[in-house]
Design a protein around this ligand. Structure first.
Ligand code: SAM
Length: 276
């Protein structure tokens, strides 16, 4: 039996390769240290290339912000007087983003808030951006309605998703159904965005992995974690499972071994832009 999506999301947070199986008691889910994956930053930056420039003085929502690659990309544009409201359901990541923002002097209010129950008044934002978040939400359609409600008339919303997420493919059974460009479009249309206003573009990001076995172990620790906890049998099968995953990864279409020994995976993402 698999964990519900919400639980998986909390645990998953990008399968950070800092885990080591030996350091984790098998009956416990792995501990996670919030971090900002570089491939998320790449999607965040490319997503900004795809939309009209952000104007000085804009008030922006970074929805399901994680540790804030989107906020960082927006602040990195150097546009003046931007205020960002960054929300996520996981306190560890909003705390981390609040800390980073304070250190950098950004005008960012990071708070815990489910995307399905945004507490902002109607028409608050010039832009609402959900970077690599909608596909892991339990209530994607409800969240899309809140996104539409909270942007100003005529203003923009941008959402991105991985196209066939690599960790999910490698443990495909752990993510029933998936979430693709058609789902993204359908969710936006169900929230009231007009089909002719929705533009979809494919962008690419590169995930660099230093230790493929460790990365596969981290992914398996998160996505393969059974709701009933790991068993002794799982422990015995562990090395075989990781071996199968590593073989699969080495044959992945976007796999490339760099001279440094680091492995780079090219991963496609979809970016949708639409307005109210
Ligand atoms: C794959 S991460 C992406 C985070 C960030 N936007 C980025 O670009 O790195 C997905 C994020 O969505 C958050 N999330 C998932 N479901 C959510 C929900 N229903 N409400 C708010 N945040 C949610 C998770 O906690 C996680 O931080």
């Amino acid at each position: 039996m698999l964990l519900p999506r919400r639980e998986l999301t909390k645990l998953y947070l990008d399968a950070s390769p800092h885990l080591s199986r030996a350091s984790q008691p098998l009956s416990q889910p792995p501990k996670i240290k919030p971090r900002q994956p570089r491939c998320h930053k790449q999607v965040a930056k490319r997503l900004l290339e795809f939309i009209p420039p952000i104007l000085p003085g804009s008030v922006i929502h970074d929805n399901a912000c994680g540790t804030g690659p989107m906020t960082e990309a927006i602040m990195g544009t150097g546009v003046k007087d931007i205020t960002i409201f960054a929300t996520d359901m996981v306190p560890q990541v909003t705390e981390q983003l609040a800390k980073t923002s304070a250190e950098k002097g950004w005008l960012v209010k990071a708070e815990v808030m489910p995307s399905e129950a945004l507490a902002f008044p109607d028409g608050t934002f010039a832009h609402s951006i959900t970077n690599l978040g909608i596909m892991v939400m339990e209530g994607a359609s409800v969240a899309a309605k809140h996104i539409r409600r909270t942007i100003k008339d005529g203003d923009l919303t941008v959402l991105s998703i991985w196209d066939k997420p690599l960790p999910v493919q490698v443990v495909s059974a752990a993510h029933p159904g998936g979430f693709n460009d058609k789902n993204l479009r359908a969710v936006l249309e169900s929230a009231g965005f007009k089909p002719e206003t929705i533009k979809l573009e494919r962008k690419y990001a590169v995930l660099e992995v230093k230790d493929l076995c460790l990365w596969a172990s981290a992914v398996w620790s998160f996505l393969g974690y059974p709701a009933t906890g790991w068993t002794a049998e799982d422990e015995e099968k562990w090395d075989g499972v990781i071996g199968t995953m590593v073989d699969w990864l080495e044959n992945y279409e976007g796999y490339k071994k760099l001279d440094s020994g680091v492995v780079a995976f090219t991963m496609p993402a979809y970016v949708a832009i639409t307005n109210k």
